[in-house]
Design a protein around this ligand. Structure first.
Ligand SMILES: Cc1cc2nc3c(=O)[nH]c(=O)nc-3n(C[C@H](O)[C@H](O)[C@H](O)COP(=O)(O)OP(=O)(O)OC[C@H]3O[C@@H](n4cnc5c(N)ncnc54)[C@H](O)[C@@H]3O)c2cc1C
Length: 395
């Protein structure tokens, strides 16, 4: 049994866990970070939002290095031929990253800041008592003053408390693959502007995310009922082939990965904090991939948790079950906004009325771009206020 004591023990070495770990180590606290896998490990979720940049700066990560600049987000309805483009410019700058490489960088960066990191070790159970936390892994037992659950969709604490609440009506499941594109004018254009393309499909939508070195991430998010006789591989191929853009782009492309599958990904954890623990990233909740908000919420929630916890550890109030309340309330405003936007994407005519509206006011377009950038806590966004109060605006 380990006799080591830490201020903070974190389960999960993805974006949320490594962000919380690095920030807490920067504050001078002792941190143990435990990761089940070994980096580099594959992870889906390559398209970033601009408002993660401030967190990357705090971590000392230059996210431009080794990444593809993302010009913006394009939404295309191939049936009607309507399309719209939301550019990220000026203060809004972001990238597409290969997560195996990027997550390893985040993990190594945490170690370089003095975090003690173990890989290939799985946290099994956590006990939070008034005086300490005890974390049991498949290899050891550790004691600390505070526990952070950053185990992603594995949601260790959410499962232990049975507090995971499914969100219905968003994407049902996603199928995805990586490709290496053959040279063509279209692939040159795609890697040149670096946009994420969202192609509206009969049964949901398709993402097309250019990465570095000619690598392309393609995913099909299914929202409607699908023909039952189609197995996952055939389903993916069929709907990719139905898209004129994708079928042309993928001509002579080399397949680089097996078909990946994620199902039931929309949920929220109703118990995100308590005595001596907090959850961040996907362990706190995940909405839907359509506006690429997962990584952003992962690092932002980790930032909120780390900043609140630093105060608690410094003042000796870390056992207060309400320690994370203020940060969590703040985070909820952003999460709710994104939830409303995604719900409107799937369940209303938001796309028809606003995204593809040619005479849409410039101000509304800018307000939508701000939300798509993750700029969710700025005052004065009337489109956001309308979303949150349930008013629908068409122009
Ligand atoms: C289909 C799909 C597409 C997506 N596309 C995008 C996108 O384009 N852009 C975007 O921003 N987001 C996207 N996301 C979401 C994004 O991938 C996640 O939101 C993000 O990775 C969350 O980071 P995290 O650190 O919370 O969790 P993760 O990145 O999942 O990291 C959690 C880590 O915890 C480890 N772990 C789990 N259990 C244990 C345990 N018991 N002990 C120790 N370690 C453990 C895991 O091995 C993992 O490394 C997508 C999600 C889906 C489902």
């Amino acid at each position: 049994m380990s006799s080591q004591q830490y201020d903070v023990i974190i389960a999960g070495g993805g974006p949320a866990g490594t962000t919380a770990a690095t920030l807490l180590a920067q504050y001078g606290h002792s941190v143990l970070l435990i990761e089940r896998d070994q980096h580099p490990r594959f992870h889906i979720g390559e398209s970033m939002l601009p408002m993660s940049e401030s967190v990357m700066k705090r971590l000392g990560i230059d996210w431009a290095q080794g990444s593809l600049k993302k010009g913006g987000a394009e939404f295309i309805d191939e049936v009607s031929g309507r399309r719209t483009y939301f550019p990220f410019q000026g203060e809004y700058r972001t990238f597409q990253v290969e997560r195996s490489v990027f997550d390893k960088r985040l993990f190594d960066n945490a170690l370089a800041h003095g975090v003690v990191g173990y890989q290939q070790e799985q946290v099994g159970s956590v006990q939070c008592t008034p005086n300490e936390v005890q974390v049991k892994t498949d290899k050891d037992l550790y004691q600390g003053r505070y526990f952070i659950d950053a185990t992603g969709r594995n949601a260790l604490m959410g499962k232990a408390f049975d507090s995971i609440e499914k969100i219905n009506n968003l994407g049902k499941f996603a199928l995805y693959k990586h490709y290496k594109l053959a040279n063509s004018l279209e692939s040159e254009a795609l890697f040149g502007h670096g946009n994420i393309k969202v192609l509206l499909s009969e049964i949901g939508w398709i993402w097309c995310i250019p990465l570095t070195n000619g690598r392309l991430s393609v995913g099909l998010v299914v929202q409607k009922n699908v023909p039952e006789n189609l197995k996952q591989d055939a389903l993916f191929e069929r709907y990719i082939q139905v898209s004129p853009y994708m079928s042309e782009l993928l001509q002579e492309a080399e397949v680089l990965s097996e078909l990946g599958i994620e199902a039931d990904f929309s949920y929220q954890n109703s118990q995100r904090y308590g005595q001596r623990f907090a959850c961040c990233g996907d362990a706190a909740g995940f909405l839907d991939p359509v506006f690429s908000s997962g990584f952003f919420f992962a690092v932002k929630t980790a930032e909120f948790v780390a900043d609140q916890l630093h105060q608690g550890l410094t003042q000796g109030t870390e056992a207060d079950p309400e320690l994370q309340q203020a940060g969590d309330e703040f985070y909820q405003k952003g999460f709710k906004t994104m939830h409303c936007l995604i719900e409107r994407f799937y369940c209303s005519n938001l796309v028809e009325n606003l995204f593809f509206e040619s005479d849409r006011q410039l101000q509304i377009k800018q307000e939508i771009v701000a939300l798509l950038a993750g700029d969710l806590w700025r005052e004065g966004n009337s489109f956001q206020q309308g979303l949150l109060t349930g008013r629908s605006r068409k122009n």
